[in-house]
Design a protein around this ligand. Structure first.
Ligand code: ZN
Ligand code: ZN
Length: 341
């Protein structure tokens, strides 16, 4: 129990770090000062002792131990991917060292690159979890919450946790490997308490409110760029669950046509449809229901998403082909260019 406390409440890289919770409470109090009619729910027993809230609490402990005992030992690290990427680049393009930028500029580029590519990959993986029939069964665990609270963030099936861990190692590893290739191994990241400065800023500005009843939205134009708490709540709704896949940035939703502004979705009911919710109401159900396949399934919700199937295949195929072309043109351009030996 003590370990869990240190691991989550005193760890700035975790969503429920005490400072982020404190800032979220302060933002909530300011919000509730101006929205008197919404005070009732947040101060009620109905919210804090709701079946869904209690399930989040129990599931948080169980899933933590599954993560530590089973998932983490299975994942490979960022370091291995970075070294692998660096070696591939070295083998194919030869030695290169850019000396045109200052140390400060390199750190800024690296911090930004990590944040942007991490967020972009999070968007694609999240969208895939909705559009792939097999993966949707597992992602339903997160969407089965009827009431949102900061622990709902951890209501995620171990398989989804594993996929996000894999994504993290791959993306951060590749970006780091590319930077080592271009700028050498001596660079760092702009951080506060060891956390990427951008993540820290977003977290302190109330990322926790996404999983809360506080319906905080941003100015319309800001919601095209950043995901507001209300926009993520819209993603948790029965009706608009196939909108707002973004993590921190809404740019990806804007670009790929899945954005829903807070002003466009009025009253929202959270969770899944009744039939889909049936097996996702206990800790055991959350863990094992996605693994039990029945012949006739209620996949109405999935059917609504089928339009994205085409999007997935075409986008990933096009991205892959474009990357190949880009690599070839870079290879040709850099051959014999300044800096190569
Ligand atoms: Zn989702
Ligand atoms: Zn969520």
């Amino acid at each position: 129990m003590d370990n869990l406390f240190y691991e989550y409440i005193l760890n700035p890289s975790k969503r429920i770090y005490w400072l982020y919770i404190l800032s979220s409470i302060l933002i909530s109090l300011v919000y509730l000062y101006f929205h008197k009619n919404e005070r009732k729910l947040i101060f009620s027993k109905k919210y804090w002792l709701h079946k869904s809230t209690r399930l989040d609490f129990y599931y948080f402990f169980i899933s933590h131990f599954i993560k530590v005992l089973i998932l983490l030992p299975m994942l490979f690290g960022v370091k291995e991917v970075a070294i692998f990427t660096y070696r591939i680049l070295l083998k194919n393009f030869g030695f290169y060292l850019n000396v045109d930028f200052t140390y400060g500029q390199i750190i800024l580029f690296y911090t930004l690159a990590i944040f942007i590519f991490s967020d972009l990959s999070r968007y694609f993986l999240h969208r895939l979890l909705h559009t792939n029939k097999f993966l949707w069964r597992f992602h339903k665990v997160h969407h089965s919450a009827k009431i949102l609270n900061p622990l709902t963030f951890y209501r995620v099936h171990p398989l989804e946790n594993f996929l996000f861990g894999l994504r993290y190692s791959l993306v951060i590893g590749i970006v780091t490997g590319v930077f080592i290739y271009f700028f050498g191994a001596k660079f760092n990241i702009y951080s506060i308490f060891g956390v990427n400065i951008f993540l820290f800023i977003f977290s302190i500005l109330g990322t926790n409110l996404r999983h809360s009843p506080i319906k905080l939205s941003y100015l319309k134009y800001l919601e095209y760029i950043f995901i507001s708490p209300r926009q993520h709540q819209i993603h948790h709704s029965v009706k608009f669950y196939n909108k707002n896949f973004g993590g921190y940035l809404a740019i990806w939703d804007t670009l790929f046509g899945s954005l829903k502004l807070s002003s466009e979705a009025k009253i929202i009911k959270l969770g899944l449809r009744k039939k889909e919710m049936k097996n996702y109401e206990t800790v055991g159900g959350l863990l094992f229901s996605p693994l039990i396949f029945k012949r006739k399934e209620n996949n109405e919700k999935y059917k609504e998403c089928k339009d994205y199937k085409k999007f997935n295949f075409m986008y990933f195929r096009n991205i892959f082909v474009k990357c190949l072309h880009l690599c070839k043109s870079i290879k040709n351009r850099f051959k014999g260019a300044k800096g190569f030996r």
